[in-house]
Design a protein around this ligand. Structure first.
Ligand code: AP5
Length: 217
């Protein structure tokens, strides 16, 4: 299956992509994770992306388009993929279409996670991530077994720099201006299905799988 998860910051795209990629046996392609990894390793790409990410601005199109193009040509993406956090601008969406046409791997579905503002704020301000392996937690919804310590690797949990209040506000503005036009873009292509990002993880996972079955995916 070839999916795009579209929605505002904190809608749960990363959380669901992680679960679905395991269930469906497809690649999870998160541009946010790829950029954070580059930043951690201080690669030239990471150094370029740092200032944009810390402000909650988008990293320039050319950088992320090239990153995804390379990732999708890897063998594992041939079995299917879930794009999480990409595309995020009309330019990224049209370039993705072109790349997928060349690869003969058209999209099956775009899931739009419609999510209320109060839920977004609660999730982002409560999110904590592992400083080593990047695993996601939430101070109320998904607590680690030991306070502040990652269950998977034992490293310290930290707040993402872009989850601070002033940056969240900017990310939401950027989403409204740059990314939300993609809802209509994919509606026109008859690829969009709307789900509620407000739902509890298990409930939404079940709804999505029901939706896939109804579309013979
Ligand atoms: P990115 O990492 O993609 O961030 P984002 O899109 O802002 O998305 P988030 O990770 O904040 O939210 P999410 O929807 O994945 O929610 P999550 O599942 O984590 O991008 C970061 C930055 O990188 C961008 O600002 C930009 O600078 C750059 N970038 C990335 N892609 C780019 C691109 N294509 N073009 C240009 N720049 C790009 O959930 C959030 C929290 O809520 C977690 O704590 C989770 O545990 C909890 N939670 C999730 N779902 C539920 C639920 N159903 N119930 C209860 N709690 C939940």
């Amino acid at each position: 299956m070839r999916l795009v998860l579209l929605g505002p910051p904190g809608a749960g795209k990363g959380t669901h992509a992680q679960v679905l990629s395991k269930e469906l046996g497809v690649a999870h392609v998160s541009t946010g994770d790829m950029l954070r990894e580059a930043l951690k390793k201080q690669t030239p790409l990471g150094v370029k992306a740092k200032a944009f990410m810390e402000k909650g601005a988008l990293v320039p199109d050319e950088i992320v388009i090239a990153l995804v193009k390379e990732r999708l040509s890897n063998g594992d993406a041939k079995k299917g993929f879930i794009l999480d956090g990409f595309p995020r601008t009309p330019e990224q969406a049209t370039r993705l279409d072109e790349n997928l046409e060349v690869l003969r791997m058209p999209l099956d579905l775009v899931l739009y996670f419609k999510t209320s503002l109060s839920v977004i704020i609660r999730r982002l301000s409560g999110r904590r991530v592992c400083s080593r392996c990047g695993k996601n937690y939430h101070i109320k919804n998904f607590k680690p077994k030991r306070d502040g310590i990652c269950d998977a690797c034992g490293a310290a949990l930290v707040q993402r720099p872009d989850d601070r209040e002033e940056t969240i506000e900017n990310r939401l503005k950027v989403y409204d201006k740059e990314t939300s036009p993609l809802i209509d873009y994919y509606k026109r292509k008859n690829l969009l299905a709307e789900v509620s990002g407000d739902l509890e993880v298990k409930e939404l996972n079940l709804q999505m799988k029901k939706l896939f079955r109804s579309k013979d995916l």
